[in-house]
Design a protein. Structure first.
Length: 309
C-alpha cells in the first residue's frame, strides 16, 4: 500500500493478459495517474512474430514491469530463442523485466538448463522466480501430488493472503489459488472480498485489512488455525484453508480471538517479520528453495544486501 492507502503495485496475469493489450494499456495508464505501479505477466505468444505487434508493444511500454512465463510446455509453442529475443530487446531498451519459471522440482534437468542459459545469455541481469508445477489447470490430468510426510502443525503464516485478486467473473478474493479462481473449489466465504461490479476499492481494501479470518491466515496460517479452533486439518496447506468456513464455529471463534489485544500484537509482529524477511524468504517458501536467490539477479549489490537481510 502507498501512504494514502492506494495499492502500490497491480499485477495483471491470466490466462494471457496480453490477448487484451488495449485493456492492459488502459489499466496501466489509469494506475499511473493515481500513483500505482503495474506489472504484467505474459507467456509471450507474440514472440514468434518478426516484430512485437504494435498494440502489444504499446501495452508493454505502458506497464512499469514486464514479466515472462517460461516452462517446458511453453517452449513447445514459443521457442526459447524467440523468448530471449524479445527479452533482450526490452532489456536493452531499459525496460524492467523478470522471468517466472516452473519445473517438476528442484532436480528437474530442464530447470538447471534454463537457469544456466538465462544467466549466461543475459549476464545475470534478469531476476527469476523459480517454482514447481502444481496439479492445477492442465496439469491436473497428469500430475499427481505425492504424499506429504506427517509433521506436527506449526504456525506458518500465509503471505499470499495479502492482496486482492480479481477473477474473470469479477469476484475479488484474498487468494489467487487457481482452483479457487477457476471455481473447481467452491468459493470459501472467508476468502471472498466482493465483486468489482458492485464493490469499490475502498470497500475491498477495508475487507482485506479488517477480516478476522484473513488476518488470522496472515498470522498463523490455515493448518494451525484449524488445529487451534476445531477445524479440519487436511494434509495440504491450501486444502485446509478451503475447509475453514465449513464449520461456522471456526470463524466465530477466530472473530472472538481477534478482539484480544495480544492477538493484534501478534499480527503486527508477524507482519513485520514477514515483510522484513524480504523476497528471498518469499521465494524459498513459495518457490523452489535452491533457486530462491535468483530473485535478486539484476539488482544493484546494495539492494541485494538490503533484500537479503
Amino acid at each position: 500500500m502507498t501512504a494514502d492507502n492506494r495499492p502500490d503495485l497491480l499485477l495483471m496475469s491470466g490466462g494471457e493478459a496480453m490477448l487484451r493489450p488495449s485493456l492492459v494499456r488502459s489499466i496501466a495508464e489509469h494506475a499511473r495517474l493515481i500513483g500505482t505501479r503495474t506489472n504484467v505477466l505474459s507467456g509471450l505468444f507474440f514472440a514468434n512474430h518478426p516484430r512485437i505487434p504494435a498494440a502489444v508493444r504499446a501495452a508493454i511500454d505502458a506497464v512499469d514491469h514486464f514479466s515472462a512465463s517460461m516452462d517446458v510446455f511453453h517452449e513447445r509453442e514459443v521457442p526459447r530463442k524467440a523468448t530471449f529475443k524479445v527479452l533482450s530487446q526490452l532489456l536493452d531498451e531499459g525496460k524492467d523485466v523478470s522471468l517466472q519459471v516452473v519445473g517438476l522440482g528442484p532436480e528437474d534437468p530442464y530447470l538447471a538448463d534454463l537457469v544456466k542459459d538465462v544467466r549466461s545469455t543475459f549476464d545475470d541481469r534478469i531476476p527469476m522466480f523459480v517454482g514447481s508445477v502444481a496439479p492445477q489447470g492442465r496439469a491436473r490430468t497428469w500430475l499427481k501430488r505425492s504424499a506429504q510426510p506427517h509433521r506436527a502443525v506449526q504456525p506458518a503464516p500465509c503471505s499470499l493472503a495479502a492482496w486482492p485478486v480479481v477473477g474473470f467473473n469479477g469476484h475479488v478474493t484474498v487468494c489467487g489459488n487457481q482452483d479457487v479462481m477457476d471455481g473447481i473449489v467452491p468459493m470459501p466465504p472467508h476468502l471472498l472480498l466482493g465483486n468489482i461490479a458492485v464493490d469499490d476499492w475502498e470497500t475491498v481494501k477495508e475487507r482485506c485489512l479488517s477480516s478476522s479470518m484473513v488476518r488470522a491466515l496472515r498470522t498463523m496460517g490455515p493448518r494451525y488455525l484449524a488445529q487451534s479452533f476445531g477445524g479440519r486439518v487436511c494434509s495440504g496447506y491450501c486444502e485446509t484453508c478451503f475447509t475453514l468456513s465449513d464449520d461456522p464455529s471456526v470463524p466465530a471463534q477466530v472473530s472472538n480471538a481477534a478482539r484480544e489485544p495480544r492477538t493484534r500484537a501478534l499480527e503486527v509482529a508477524t507482519d513485520l517479520i514477514t515483510a522484513g524477511a524480504g523476497p528471498v524468504a518469499f521465494a524459498r517458501q513459495w518457490g523452489i528453495a535452491k533457486f530462491a536467490e535468483l530473485v535478486l539477479l539484476g539488482l544493484p549489490h546494495k539492494e541485494q544486501a538490503q533484500c537479503g537481510t
